[in-house]
Design a protein around this ligand. Structure first.
Ligand SMILES: C[S@@+](CC[C@H](N)C(=O)[O-])C[C@H]1O[C@@H](n2cnc3c(N)ncnc32)[C@H](O)[C@@H]1O
Ligand code: SF4
Ligand code: SF4
Length: 381
């Protein structure tokens, strides 16, 4: 037995796993998505890089049971740690290394050292992509949820993994968790069994207000995704009504029982509405509002350089220039309000900052140091 196995047995006790997950075959419509979400950006949009054993703090298990060190590389086989059903998944996690190294906007991967293994019982974060069943039909959906036609059946396996790995924080997403009865019942049980675990939700928030007590019972924090902030734009993208998400979020905010992280997605047809989202989100965000850029999934674009194409187009350049100007103006005019409410505006990925031309110099020159943040965001580990 190797030193890591011995340490693992010491820390976790013996784990028992049975069965192997079967590779899912793609349906005619549902295409596998390779999520290469690491932003490539110019130097001025870089943030201070943190060295970290990423899988300890932001590991993701996707809907097929595949385990990856983080969401950015989920789906890329080169980074796959294993399957959650692997009998030796814990050993694989403890021994995990990335052959050619890895770095992104915020992090540089480092292998877990034997000394770190001793500290492995604290501050572990785990993302779970559960069933992809969804009530929306988002045109850009990175997991292609609108065309998913499978049944999710990894509940028991994931529960066994949680009992073993004992994460401190879970981030759950689908599909749309709030329309998945079985997932909600399962999460309620996880919450009962692991009372100290914080469960955070990523949702489109486009559900009935009757769901609010359930949300408040299970989740500590909720990020609510919004793509476009005018009714027609939002509906064209998602097939749902913006008013539902707005009223759901506002009711949650009024109740003040869970943390709320409004999250906006910048796409070519939503960029100019980012400032409208900001105006609204200031009032409902507990501590942060999040701005992210579109990642073009492989099933929609084979070129791999979608944003380069858009940004090389003269018309798009003008539109983004205007969108940036409006957002910058709103950030400056709302900075006192943001400060007094203690709300930060976080550009989660480098491309979002770059698209809106928000860099360290603008932040400094506009005295937005306590308000606008590049990369740092507490909804993610
Ligand atoms: C796949 S969704 C699942 C959770 C939930 N249905 C929702 O929309 O929040 C998770 C997150 O991915 C974001 N997302 C979807 N498609 C995307 C894309 N092409 N690029 C970047 N983010 C995307 C959504 O805005 C959401 O915040
Ligand atoms: S360095 Fe970034 S992309 Fe690489 S594993 Fe860590 S978080 Fe993921
Ligand atoms: S709500 Fe989320 S999972 Fe559903 S289609 Fe939209 S982005 Fe995809």
């Amino acid at each position: 037995m190797g030193i890591l196995s011995r340490l693992h047995n010491k820390v976790f006790g013996k784990h028992i796993y049975t069965g192997d997950v079967e590779a899912e075959s793609n349906s005619m419509l549902y295409k596998d998505t390779h999520l290469e979400m690491r932003s490539i950006c110019s130097d001025e949009y870089r943030v201070n890089i943190i060295e970290d054993s990423c899988h300890l703090h932001r590991m993701i298990i996707n809907h097929k049971g595949e385990v990856y060190p983080c969401c950015y590389v989920a789906g890329n086989i080169d980074y796959r740690i294993g399957l959650v059903t692997d009998k030796d998944i814990i050993e694989k996690l403890l021994n995990y290394d990335i052959a050619n190294g890895c770095n992104c906007y915020q992090y540089k991967f480092i292998k877990l050292s034997n000394t770190a293994v001793n500290k492995i019982t604290v501050n572990k974060g785990l993302y779970l992509e559960l069933s992809l069943l969804c009530n929306a039909k988002c045109a850009m959906c990175i997991v292609d949820a609108p065309y998913w036609d499978k049944k999710y059946d990894l509940y028991d396996t994931i529960r066994a993994f949680i009992d073993l790995w004992m994460p401190d924080k879970l981030w759950v997403q689908g599909g749309e968790i709030l329309i998945q009865k079985q997932t909600l019942q399962w999460l309620e049980q996880i919450k009962k069994d692991h009372q100290n675990v914080k469960i955070n939700l990523l949702t489109n928030g486009n559900v009935s207000l009757r769901m609010i007590p359930i949300v408040e019972k299970i989740f500590s924090a909720v990020a609510i995704s919004i793509t476009g902030f005018q009714a027609e734009t939002y509906e064209t993208i998602t097939s749902l009504s913006l008013a539902n998400t707005v009223s759901f979020t506002e009711e949650l905010a009024r109740n003040n029982k869970v943390e709320i992280y409004p999250k906006f997605l910048i796409t070519p047809i939503t960029a100019h509405e980012t400032h409208l989202f900001l105006d609204w989100a200031i009032d409902v965000a507990t501590s942060e509002l999040l701005i992210q850029s579109l990642v073009m999934p492989n099933h929609l674009d084979k070129t791999g350089n979608y944003w380069d194409i858009i940004l090389n187009d003269e018309l798009s350049k003008r539109i983004f220039e205007r969108a940036s100007k409006k957002l910058k103006g709103a950030l400056i005019s709302k900075s006192t309000l943001l400060k007094s409410r203690g709300v930060k505006v976080c550009f989660i990925d480098a491309k979002a900052a770059e698209l809106m031309q928000i860099d360290a110099k603008f932040i400094e020159d506009s005295n937005l140091r306590d308000v606008v943040f590049l990369g740092e965001c507490s909804f993610q580990p």
